[in-house]
Design a protein around this ligand. Structure first.
Ligand SMILES: Nc1ncnc2c1ncn2[C@@H]1O[C@H](COP(=O)(O)OP(=O)(O)OP(=O)(O)O)[C@@H](O)[C@H]1O
Length: 600
């Protein structure tokens, strides 16, 4: 039970559902278990009636006796119906409380997990695959829910039924009870193993289902690459193999499921035979009545499902326990980047001066630092360009500003405050970050742009689109800003996607705007138009541009040239050209490439 005890606070939270729920469970079991007693009374009244009927043979009383007997039987029948209906009503109430509570807890747990996932740093997502996190948010939570709802319900009901039934049976005849219950341990053990077999097979099936769907999803997403490299036949073969495995796992599960019901009925049948066989002899000895035999048979049948369900419940609890351990592993992961004691809540406004003081950083499992003693100062409203070969550390550097990463040593400061002392929400609200990889949601163009500025009206969205040089494109779409993009919508070109992502950052009118190679998919002319508009914002915004295009950096107040995690040159365009170092080489190479291109 260890790990499951971490869920106890939820039981407390929903005690207003659980307490009546348990009460309803007991009431439902109690009323159901009363039915065999009425059946016994009814059956035992038959021989008594027959004897009486024969005593008054040929008498006038005989016909009124018949009516009396008939009404007696009717009362028994009505009592059985009433007990069953009342038990059914309590069963309904039991489900409406316990199962509803489990759904509330499932909802809370999923929200708690999702809130926590949003706080975790990128390093966490490197450790866990998306599929893994999705399985935990769905499958594991469902397993926990089953423990909270059905498992607890079954255990209470089963214990209640077994306790009452066995007590009543013992009062009638301890000997017959022992005989009737003899096959029960066999049933419990058999069901436990069966449940285990069913569950392991279902898990394997589930696993294969995830593999199969991921494979299909990836193939569909990469259909163009697949076709371009004529990989259709080999991909079909690979998919067939996964499908084949899925089919066999399904058949395997079907076999166990098909086998367990007859086995279950066989064991129940054994109990019934024993009761009739031994009970018959005891009736002849006068130890019990025929009604008792009927009563026993019903008890045995009523008890078999609770006993059988215990096997399932035990595996349900084991699985829930494993799921809770997995969920807690995520929930106990402290967000590496979060507000702390160091945070100064009074910082609420930022001007945008950015300073790096000897910042070094090394990714886990990497042998060389991605940033090595980075030091520079950028005044508020200044423009910084970061250039360098691929893998030089440019992205790592800019990711330090919104605190996607924290330095191993040194400090990143904004307006003289260590970024770790600025409340994380305040920090990020003042930054507009356009990442290298564009991500658009399956939503309208307008909603994609207004993603970080929910209160933005249509004119603000249009203005942001205009600044990102996207307005013309959007106006050409059939539904304009209401056009759906991504899945189920139109596919934007690489450049259009990038400009939507830029508009998303611009609409927030942030104090610090960061472009991480965010103009790579647009042509030089569009790039120049966007930069020209951005320059107009000069004096209102600190601009940081990471780029491979030297044409985009000429006007920057400060250019950092990076190589292997270090700043190898620092200055304005003119200063750096004069130094004839890596910057001048990169500029020359690019000019040459452009010349060759224009000649071609
Ligand atoms: N998440 C990560 N885990 C481990 N190593 C990483 C990670 N991200 C980047 N690196 C490594 O850190 C170094 C710097 O990477 P970074 O992405 O900052 O370079 P970059 O200059 O932005 O490159 P590019 O111009 O190609 O985008 C590279 O050697 C890269 O392989």
């Amino acid at each position: 039970m260890g790990p499951l005890s971490t869920l106890n606070h939820y039981f407390w939270k929903y005690k207003y559902l659980f307490i009546p729920g348990l009460l309803f469970t007991m009431m439902s079991a109690g009323f159901q278990i009363a039915v065999p007693m009425v059946v016994r009374q009814a059956i035992d009244s038959i021989p008594r009636f027959v004897r009486l009927y024969n005593v008054f043979e040929h008498g006038t009383l005989q016909s009124s006796l018949y009516v009396y007997f008939f009404s007696g039987m009717l009362i028994f029948a009505l009592a059985i119906v009433a007990l069953t209906v009342i038990s059914g009503i309590f069963k309904f109430l039991m489900r409406q409380t316990v199962v509803v509570a489990s759904r509330h807890i499932e909802y809370d747990l999923r929200n708690e997990l999702y809130d926590h996932l949003q706080k975790l740093s990128p390093a966490f997502y490197q450790q866990y695959s998306t599929g893994d996190v999705i399985t935990r948010s769905t499958d594991d939570i469902e397993k926990v829910r089953r423990y909270i709802g059905p498992a607890i319900m079954y255990v209470t009901r089963s214990l209640m039924m077994v306790l009452i039934a066995v007590s009543v049976m013992f009062v009638i005849s301890p000997r017959l009870t022992l005989y009737a219950l003899a096959p029960m341990p066999l049933l419990a053990v058999a069901v436990f193993f069966m449940a285990h077999m069913v569950h392991t097979r279902s898990d394997r099936l589930q696993q294969q289902y995830s593999t199969l769907t991921s494979r299909i999803q990836e193939a569909l997403a990469g259909m163009r690459v697949l076709k371009a490299y004529t990989r259709e036949p080999s991909e079909s073969k690979a998919l067939n193999e996964e499908s084949e495995t899925y089919k066999w796992r399904n058949l395997d599960l079907a076999l166990v499921e098909a086998a367990w019901r007859p086995a279950f009925l066989l064991i129940v049948g054994m109990s019934t035979i024993i009761v009739v066989w031994m009970g018959g002899q005891m009736v002849m000895d006068g130890a019990i009545t025929i009604g008792n035999i009927a009563e026993y048979i019903i008890y045995v049948n009523l008890m078999t499902w609770p006993v059988a369900s215990l096997g399932f419940v035990i595996t349900m609890i084991q699985r829930a326990s494993a799921s809770v351990i997995r969920l807690n592993k995520i929930l106990d992961t402290e967000p590496a980047i979060a507000d702390s004691d160091q945070t100064n809540p009074s910082i609420s406004d930022l001007k945008g001066e950015v300073t790096f003081r000897n910042v070094s950083f090394q990714y886990e499992d990497e042998e060389v630092p991605a940033l090595d003693r980075i030091h520079f100062e950028l005044p508020a409203n200044g423009t910084l360009a970061v250039v360098g070969r691929t893998g030089a550390g440019k992205t790592t550097l800019v990711e330090m500003i919104p605190r996607f990463l924290d330095p191993d040593s040194g400090t990143v400061e904004i307006d003289g405050h260590d970024v770790r002392s600025i409340p994380l929400d305040t920090l990020r609200e003042h930054i507009g970050y356009v990442p290298q990889d564009v991500f658009l949601f399956s939503d309208t163009v307008a909603n994609n742009i207004a993603f970080g500025a929910l209160d933005a009206d249509r004119s603000a969205i249009e203005e942001a689109a205009r600044e990102a040089d996207l307005l013309g494109n959007v106006q050409d779409f059939s539904d304009g800003f209401d056009t759906y993009v991504g899945e189920r919508g139109i596919t934007l070109s690489g450049g259009q996607k990038q400009r939507t992502s830029i508009a998303r950052a611009l609409i927030r009118n942030p104090r610090i705007l960061i472009f991480d190679d965010a103009l790579s998919a647009v042509d030089t002319r569009t790039e120049q138009r966007i930069l020209k508009r951005l320059r107009k914002r000069k004096g209102n915004q600190t601009l940081i541009i990471v780029t491979h295009r030297m044409s985009a950096v000429k006007d920057a107040d400060l250019i950092l040239v990076m190589d292997e995690g270090r700043i190898v040159q620092k200055g304005t365009h003119k200063e750096l050209i004069d130094q004839d170092g890596l910057y001048a080489t990169l500029c020359r190479k690019q000019e040459l490439a452009q010349e060759i291109e224009s000649m071609g």
